[in-house]
Design a protein around this ligand. Structure first.
Ligand code: DX5
Ligand code: ZN
Length: 223
């Protein structure tokens, strides 16, 4: 599968989100990553379905919606209707018994289904759900804020997930989110990630197209 570079709008200028979204499309982003936070599951608040719906007409980019909210099952269809192409829930935010049904609901609504784990959650916690996932997300910072340092000690989790996905013959994408930059992306890629969220590394760069191109070059394995 080709490498996916997904700039996170969290690091964009919130005073002109439509223009920021168009700028990312023009800069060569593969997906747009949208961080939904509720001030409860994470200690920060951002935006939700109404803002995503308002952004939808501004771009054809794949909307990769990362729900950092408690009880995400309350909002799955709302985000799909708002224009989410992929919906990522946090494993820690869900009742384990309800998780398979919630993943099924995301797919039934027509979106790709993903599950994320925070740094303190082991890779094996995702194993029971792999068959139901289009993507798994390993957080490489504590979720809540952009601009934090990449946690290299998460690399073994990425490796463990990639090897289990391969062992089962599945086609699950493996995303990393947090602290991804030109200097950290290669290690995440070598560990088995193929989808990369980058907030500050893209939005804070003087030239976002050059930043995305540099991330892509650094991620792609040699040869
Ligand atoms: C953090 C968010 C990330 C954030 C990444 O909780 O999930 O998507 O925007 O920002 P950087 O790339 O700056 O670490
Ligand atoms: Zn995110």
């Amino acid at each position: 599968m080709p490498v996916i570079i997904a700039p996170s709008l969290l690091s964009g200028d919130f005073a002109c989100l439509g223009a920021e979204v168009r700028r990312m499309e023009q800069s060569g982003a593969d997906w747009l990553h949208l961080d939904v936070m509720d001030g409860c599951f994470v200690p920060n608040l951002t935006f939700g379905a109404p803002v995503i719906a308002a952004l939808r007409p501004h771009t054809a980019l794949f909307f990769d919606v990362h729900l950092m909210i408690a009880q995400p099952e309350r909002w799955l269809e709302d985000h799909r209707k708002a224009g989410a192409d992929g919906i990522t829930m946090h494993l820690e935010a869900c009742d384990a018994d309800a998780l398979p049904g919630n993943l099924q609901r995301i797919r039934a609504a027509g979106a790709r289904a993903a599950l994320s784990i925070k740094p303190g959650t082991p890779a094996r916690a995702l194993f029971p759900y792999l068959e139901q996932l289009d993507m798994a997300l390993v957080m490489t910072v504590e979720p809540g804020f952009g601009g934090q340092a990449f946690m290299a000690d998460m690399l073994p989790k990425i490796k463990a997930l990639r090897s289990e996905i391969t062992r089962r013959g599945l086609k699950v994408q493996l995303q990393v989110d947090g602290g991804i930059s030109e200097s950290t992306i290669a290690a995440a890629c070598a560990a088995g990630a193929d989808s990369f969220v980058a907030g500050s590394a893209v939005f804070n760069a003087p030239d976002s197209a050059a930043a995305i191109a540099a991330l892509r070059r650094a991620a792609e394995p040699a040869g």
